[in-house]
Design a protein around this ligand. Structure first.
Ligand SMILES: NC(=O)C1=CN([C@@H]2O[C@H](COP(=O)(O)OP(=O)(O)OC[C@H]3O[C@@H](n4cnc5c(N)ncnc54)[C@H](O)[C@@H]3O)[C@@H](O)[C@H]2O)C=CC1
Ligand SMILES: O=C(O)[C@@H]1CCC=N1
Length: 266
């Protein structure tokens, strides 16, 4: 089974990296093309992937076609490959804000289509991907499309009107969590650690805390209490962070992310 990528930017490369690590597809089953030869050809050569000469050629050569271009060009790219999108193929879109109805308006409703919103952590097999299938993507065809994302992380089926909030909480949040890790790390540097030491320590603490939340039957606030010794240092730090407005800052950031995803500008 061949999987083709139209657009080979940051997110497509994260997915391909995850799929190669997980051995979900052999390199010879992965077909790529994007509009700048200098960006996709060296990448294809470095990973032994199949470099196609056009977007249509990707669609023609693939069973699963991943639309991985930016939202502003996605409708034009779909129109360009429309004739190759026969009903024996499955279209997988990762384009934020592009609905199944938007896609069907260009491709027709008979094309099996999976709308997804993955996050960059698919590259290390720890992704979080939302999925919504259209009415004609069912049975083994649906399983084959879901397998792409199940082998590189977790998936959750979501109503399309929840993709905006999901995109903020999972699609964009790796950037916000990295910002938090970097803030911890800078504080470590302020107090004498090297940046490399501080970043490794902060990242491992973040990874462990996420695992605890997922494995434990406690809610995060109970875990916070478990760390906060009476009269101790943690509660002093928590109160200082809250005085600086940490929770409000996070919620405001997520609000702004959702607004932009919905097409609103400042
Ligand atoms: N970066 C992320 O963490 C996430 C991104 N997404 C979605 O993934 C899509 C891609 O995002 P990024 O990889 O971040 O952007 P990017 O800018 O890194 O990649 C876009 C790719 O599309 C190619 N491209 C542009 N016009 C083209 C055309 N006419 N034909 C073929 N290829 C063309 C570019 O050369 C580039 O390879 C977007 O729609 C975004 O909403 C979804 C979830 C997470
Ligand atoms: O920044 C963006 O628009 C995309 C959507 C989710 C993550 N990156």
């Amino acid at each position: 089974m061949n999987i083709g990528f139209i657009g080979v930017g940051g997110m497509a490369q994260a997915i391909i990296g995850g799929l190669l690590n997980a051995k979900t597809f052999a390199p010879a089953e992965i077909v790529v093309h994007s509009h700048r030869e200098e960006s996709y050809l060296p990448y294809a050569q470095a990973h032994d992937l199949v470099a196609a000469k056009s977007n249509q050629a990707v669609a023609a050569a693939s069973d699963l076609i991943v639309l991985a271009v930016t939202p502003n060009v996605a409708p034009a790219v779909l129109a360009e490959i429309k004739d190759e999108l026969t009903a024996d193929k499955t279209l997988i879109s990762i384009v934020a804000g592009l609905s199944l109805a938007d896609i069907a308006a260009i491709t027709g409703a008979g094309l099996p289509t999976l709308r997804t919103l993955p996050n960059v952590n698919v590259e290390v097999g720890a992704g979080m991907t939302a999925v919504a299938a259209n009415a004609v993507l069912t049975g083994d065809r649906l399983k084959a499309a879901l397998r792409v994302f199940n082998t590189i992380g977790s998936t959750t089926t979501l109503a399309e009107d929840q993709f905006g909030v999901f995109s903020a909480l999972a699609g964009s949040s790796p950037a916000y969590i990295d910002f938090f890790i970097d803030s911890l790390s800078r504080a470590g540097v302020k107090h004498g650690l090297t940046k490399a030491q501080a970043t490794a320590i902060a990242a491992q603490a973040t990874l462990g805390s996420a695992k605890m939340v997922l494995k434990s039957d406690k809610i995060p606030f109970e875990l916070i209490d478990q760390v906060s010794s009476p009269g101790g240092s943690t509660v002093a730090g928590l109160l200082a962070m809250e005085e600086a407005g940490l929770m409000t800052a996070v919620v405001k950031g997520i609000d702004a992310t959702i607004k932009r995803d919905a097409g609103e500008t400042d």
